[in-house]
Ligand binder design. Structure first.
Ligand code: NAD
Ligand code: GLY
Length: 359
């Protein structure tokens, strides 16, 4: 076991720890502490099960437990898959003090968290993120949900986990494309409100690409700290939390129109952040040099910055369904420059369309 870094998501009685360190999945003495009842359901997917399920099951001796192994992929983050989790909970005889362990990336975390939010109107769950993206973003903050054919994450609930167990040792098996996609969400924290962290990322980009342990641990910790601070101040996204969606309105539209799984979420966010930066420049809100710096960093991290050829009208239609919109008008997260994201209401659709069309 490497040294464990502990952060806290401060939400009063619902506060919870984020543990970050290599070897944590085997440290069941630690992660069993927040389990309150007798029933435990581990939810994972085929890929992660083959690698890490036994490690978690070994820590569950003495509890009534079962596991559900779902097919891998964003295409399975569906109501149908959540129905399978409910069926597994019923078969286990899970009562209101049951706990779900979400072992996997953001897809499993969102899906299992949604099932936990819904089963008997809400049971405990523990996030066990195994992708970089899930460690730095999706496992923290309690957003859970599933996709519909009409759009990403359209059905869901805010439901905070009891703990986040980020075993950084699991990142060793993460495919390079997935790893890089996670770095997009790391960049997001610098882009939205921390210019110094953005500059740190520029200095450490090569080390991060090489998965240097110290750089990676520092980046994960900084990201979790940034996210937990925002969540503690604005759990239900009444204001500031929306900044975490920088690049996401564009990105979700790209994911939806390209077909779930074509672009990885982090890749879509990378392209979306640059589109948001480009739009900010078009609208005269930001200097073009900042968008250039963003593009350069994302490119160095091996991320795409150019959208694939997709129908601009379909993308705009997907953006109109975004949860952040109000009163039928587009509300987007734009920026004044690096570290200065802002919520902008009623953005002119023709300007957005121009960016989507790549002009
Ligand atoms: P993912 O869950 O699909 O995982 C990516 C791939 O890596 C999958 O094939 C998975 O099986 C595999 N994998 C996972 N861990 C592995 C490991 N250690 N070794 C080898 N392979 C491994 O994708 P993701 O990028 O983790 O998450 C994307 C999802 O997260 C999207 O659905 C997105 O909407 C959601 N998300 C949610 C939030 C939130 O706040 N709830 C935030 C950001 C993203
Ligand atoms: N991923 C955005 C949020 O958690 O608010």
């Amino acid at each position: 076991m490497s040294a464990v870094r502990t952060l806290d998501v401060a939400l009063g009685a619902r506060s919870y720890p984020i543990w970050i360190g290599a070897g944590l999945l085997a440290d069941s003495a630690r992660w069993r502490a927040p389990i309150r009842g007798r029933h435990v359901l581990v939810v994972t997917n085929t890929t992660v099960a083959a690698l890490y399920l036994q490690r978690v099951l070994a820590g569950l001796a003495g509890l009534q437990h079962a596991h559900l192994v779902l097919p891998d992929g964003e295409a399975h983050k569906t109501l149908d898959a959540s129905g399978q989790i409910f069926a597994a909970l019923a078969a286990l005889g899970a009562s209101r003090d049951a706990t779900i362990l979400a072992l996997g990336g953001g897809v499993i975390g969102d899906l299992a968290g949604f099932a936990a939010a819904s089963w008997m109107r809400g049971i405990d769950f523990i996030q066990m993120p195994t992708t970089l993206l899930a460690m730095v973003d999706s496992s923290v903050g309690g957003k859970t949900g599933v996709n519909l054919p009409q759009g990403k994450n359209l059905v869901g609930a805010f439901h905070q986990p009891r703990a986040v167990v980020a075993d950084t040792g699991t990142l060793a098996t993460l495919p390079v494309r997935e790893y890089r996609a996670g770095l997009a969400e790391v960049v997001k924290y610098g882009a939205i409100n921390d210019a110094a962290f953005f500059a740190w990322l520029e200095v450490h980009a090569d080390a991060l690409v090489a998965r240097d342990e110290a750089a990676l641990a520092a980046a994960i910790q900084a990201s979790c700290r940034a996210k937990s601070a925002i969540v503690a101040r604005d759990e239900h996204e009444r204001g500031e939390r929306a900044l975490l969606n920088f690049g996401h309105s564009f990105g979700h539209a790209l994911e939806t129109v390209a077909g779930y799984g074509t672009l990885l979420h982090g890749e879509a966010v990378a392209i979306g952040m640059l589109q948001a930066a480009t739009l900010s420049t078009r609208l005269g809100r930001a200097d073009a040099a900042d968008a250039t710096r963003l593009a350069r960093l994302l490119t160095r991290l091996g991320l795409p910055v150019q959208a694939p050829p997709l129908d601009a009208a379909a993308l705009l239609a997907a953006m109109r369904l975004d949860k952040k919109n109000e009163g039928g008008r587009l509300r987007l997260i734009l920026w004044r420059g690096i570290g200065q994201a802002e919520i902008v209401d009623a953005v002119a659709e023709d300007e957005v369309a121009a960016v989507l069309a790549g002009s």
